[in-house]
Ligand binder design. Structure first.
Ligand code: Z5A
Length: 209
């Protein structure tokens, strides 16, 4: 049995991850490839509870290290219960955010040492890394305008613009450091152009027609 492919999609607020995931699913359907779609934080019963804790507004502010550990606790469960079993069965995994988000949000955003994040990454993931990461890149001012149109802002979306600028810069740094894994897509283009760029990155990476 061939192991499945692990594709992650990343970017700051409102870049269109959910919208573009649908295009990706259509491509895999065309090729008869079995896949699951999942997300972080989330993907399991425990992970969805953690997601609620992370996104909800509370009177008690969340300590950054507590936030980091919650993200990795959810990830450990997600890998053990969903991601690794699917990959082992030859099923492709499409994941809305993964550890690059931790380097971007908890690392660059909150200022946590990336070395500490890398240590947790090794502990929780061992050798598991995405085969392809699609980074949707856009000026965070536009992204926040899109996010605001959707209604009430969550705990992350209430951050200041500087936070989102650091997040964006971190994603671009990650892509520069690992070009074999990452494809950066200009998400400010009209959706039809984003779709073409995204699907072309996936097709060329996995030699799909
Ligand atoms: N987080 C973290 O801190 N650390 C971690 O390790 C992980 C996560 C894994 C939840 O993520 C939060 O968790 C996240 C970081 C933190 N921060 N926040 N918030 P999330 O992925 O669930 O949250 P999100 O970034 O807000 O994603 P989203 O709500 O799913 O948005 P999106 O998927 O990027 O966008 P969308 O819903 O597809 O599109 C937004 C709107 O723009 C929508 O109306 C679209 O129709 C429109 N759109 C999309 N593309 C276009 C184009 N090209 N043109 C015009 N309009 C467009």
């Amino acid at each position: 049995m061939t192991i499945g492919k692990f594709i992650t999609i990343e970017g700051a607020e409102g870049v269109g991850k959910s919208t573009n995931l649908e295009f990706l699913q259509a491509l895999l359907n065309e090729h008869g490839i079995a896949y699951i779609v999942t997300r972080e934080p989330g993907g399991t019963v425990l992970g969805e509870k953690v997601r609620e804790l992370l996104l909800s507004i509370s009177d008690e502010s969340l300590d950054s290290i507590a936030e980091l550990l919650l993200v990795f606790a959810a990830r450990a469960q997600h890998i053990a219960k969903i991601i690794q079993p699917a990959l082992n069965d030859g099923i492709w995994v499409l994941c809305d955010r993964f550890t690059d988000a931790t380097f971007a949000y908890q690392g660059a955003g909150r200022g946590i040492d990336p070395g500490a994040i890398a240590t947790l990454q090794s502990l929780v993931q061992q050798s598991l890394r995405p085969d392809l990461t699609l980074i949707l890149d856009m000026d965070p001012v536009i992204g926040m305008q899109r996010a605001e149109k959707r209604g009430a802002l969550d705990r992350f979306e209430r951050e200041q613009m500087d936070f989102f600028k650091r997040v964006r810069a971190a994603y671009l740094d990650i892509a520069r450091a690992d070009p074999a894994r990452c494809a950066v897509i200009d998400a400010a283009q009209p959706l039809a152009a984003v779709k073409i760029a995204l699907l072309s990155a996936v097709r060329s990476r996995f030699k799909l027609s």
